[in-house]
Design a protein. Structure first.
Length: 163
């Protein structure tokens, strides 16, 4: 059974990129033939030709790929100061203070990456460990019998029971 994900493709070396374009520039082969000869996709050959035409170079452009970070270095600096000044802020409060448009988890990961904690310290008075709500009711097994009059059934069938 084939894997359910696309195999990882390595970046083409500069040497291979140059050889692909040199073969194409000779003019006696098509882009399809160049792709077959160097065992790359036709799209890669087209991309190299287009990149050279528009950008003037053929170097890999990985710095432009991927998702752009929402939390920038300036946000990290502000977070560090904010947590230092008010260590008991929640993640939601940090997001509100910095006016960040990201998830709570993103803030958590950034704080963890920075080695900062945002949990409340035990320096304050402990919370009250006493039970605040009344005890839970029983399972109800005995209460059903008490609700039904003697000789009746909780069944929806209204016919009298056979004895």
């Amino acid at each position: 059974m084939a894997p359910c994900y696309a195999p990882t493709v390595a970046t083409l070396s500069m040497d291979l990129r140059q050889r692909i374009l040199q073969a194409y520039d000779k003019g006696d082969v098509t882009r399809d033939q160049v792709a077959s000869r160097f065992e790359v996709s036709l799209g890669m050959v087209k991309k190299l030709i287009q990149q050279r035409t528009h950008k003037g170079d053929i170097a890999p452009r990985h710095h432009r790929s991927g998702r752009k970070p929402v939390i920038l270095d300036t946000h990290r600096r502000d977070m560090r100061l904010l947590v230092k000044e008010q260590p008991d802020l929640t993640l939601e409060e940090i997001r509100a203070h910095l006016d960040l448009k990201c998830t709570i988890q993103a803030i958590h990961y950034v704080l963890a990456d920075m080695g900062l904690t945002y949990k409340k310290r035990h320096s304050g008075p402990p919370s009250n460990p006493a039970r605040m709500s009344p005890a839970a009711a029983g399972s109800g097994a005995g209460s059903k019998a008490d609700l039904s009059p003697p000789g009746s059934s909780s069944s929806t069938n209204r016919r009298p029971r056979r004895t």
